[in-house]
Write a protein that binds this ligand. Structure first.
Ligand SMILES: [Cu+2]
Length: 266
């Protein structure tokens, strides 16, 4: 009977690993539970994620095999050898402290690239100055207000375009976005670009990315910010070129002006 329980508990890692294999390969019945399509030029986040996952995965499989083997080998029902009391092994303890310390140190150094890319290397213009924001995204309960600088390239001037939940950017360009909050903590999350940043009230922060595929993608809030948090989602449209983006901007601005005009008429 002891053997039954040994195998029963060994099912936990087996099912756990199975779940991962199904999710990574996008097999039924757990389709769509892995990363969404990557459209960022930089693969640094995915590489870091995969590295840590395969490392911890290997440790998990190794310890699970040892655990199952110990349960079978020292099963009380079939093992008639007398029990040995051990007070531990100093050498073993030193070894299993040093190995994780070295691994953690390695990860700490290995991830510096990802951190620097996301937080320190803000894209610059050809003359070396910081790239101005392409748009300002302001989170508030429960929507993303988006403000484009318009033709003059400056925010908070009369030719600005104001939209809700609708962010357009050109493809194959470095894009800087200024993010702010009007009320509580939100988190601006672009899953396909692997960009996620808490939006802190009172702070002006910048995020940047470089999309290499056009199309429409999700903007979501990744911070529980109130009862309507679930519906705080927007749309990111990556336009195939700068010309397409300019065309869209002109059209959207014209629409905004007509809308205001007819409102005054009434
Ligand atoms: Cu939110």
């Amino acid at each position: 009977m002891g053997k039954f329980w040994s195998f029963f508990f060994a099912l936990v890692p087996i099912l756990g690993i199975g779940l991962f294999v199904f999710a990574i390969n996008d097999w039924a019945p757990i389709r769509g539970h892995w990363f969404p399509e990557l459209i960022s030029k930089s693969h640094v986040i995915d590489n870091l994620f995969n590295f840590i996952m395969y490392l911890t995965g290997a440790v998990f499989i190794g310890t699970s095999i040892v655990l199952a083997w110990i349960m079978v080998k020292y099963d009380g029902g079939s093992n008639k050898e007398p029990v040995i009391y051990s007070h531990g092994s100093h050498t073993l303890e030193v070894i299993w402290s040093i190995i994780p310390a070295v691994v953690l140190l390695f990860i700490a150094i290995y991830q510096m690239d990802a951190w620097a890319n996301a937080r320190m290397y803000r894209p610059t213009l050809s003359d070396g100055t910081e790239m101005p924001p392409h748009a300002r995204v302001t989170g508030r309960q429960f929507e993303w207000k988006i403000q484009y600088p318009g033709k003059d390239g400056k925010l908070d001037t009369p030719d600005d375009l104001h939209l809700i939940n609708d962010l357009h950017v050109p493809m194959d360009e470095d894009i800087v976005i200024r993010i702010e909050s009007m009320d509580v903590l939100h988190s601006f999350f672009l899953p396909n670009l692997r960009v996620k940043q808490d939006v802190v009230p009172g702070m002006q922060q910048h995020i940047w990315f470089h999309a290499v595929k056009d199309g429409t993608y999700d903007i979501v809030c990744a911070e529980l910010c109130g009862w309507g948090h679930y519906k705080m989602k927007g749309r990111l449209t990556v336009e195939p070129s700068r010309e397409e983006f300019d065309k869209w901007l002109e059209k959207a601005y014209a629409e905004q002006e007509t809308a205001q005009y007819s409102l005054d008429e009434e």
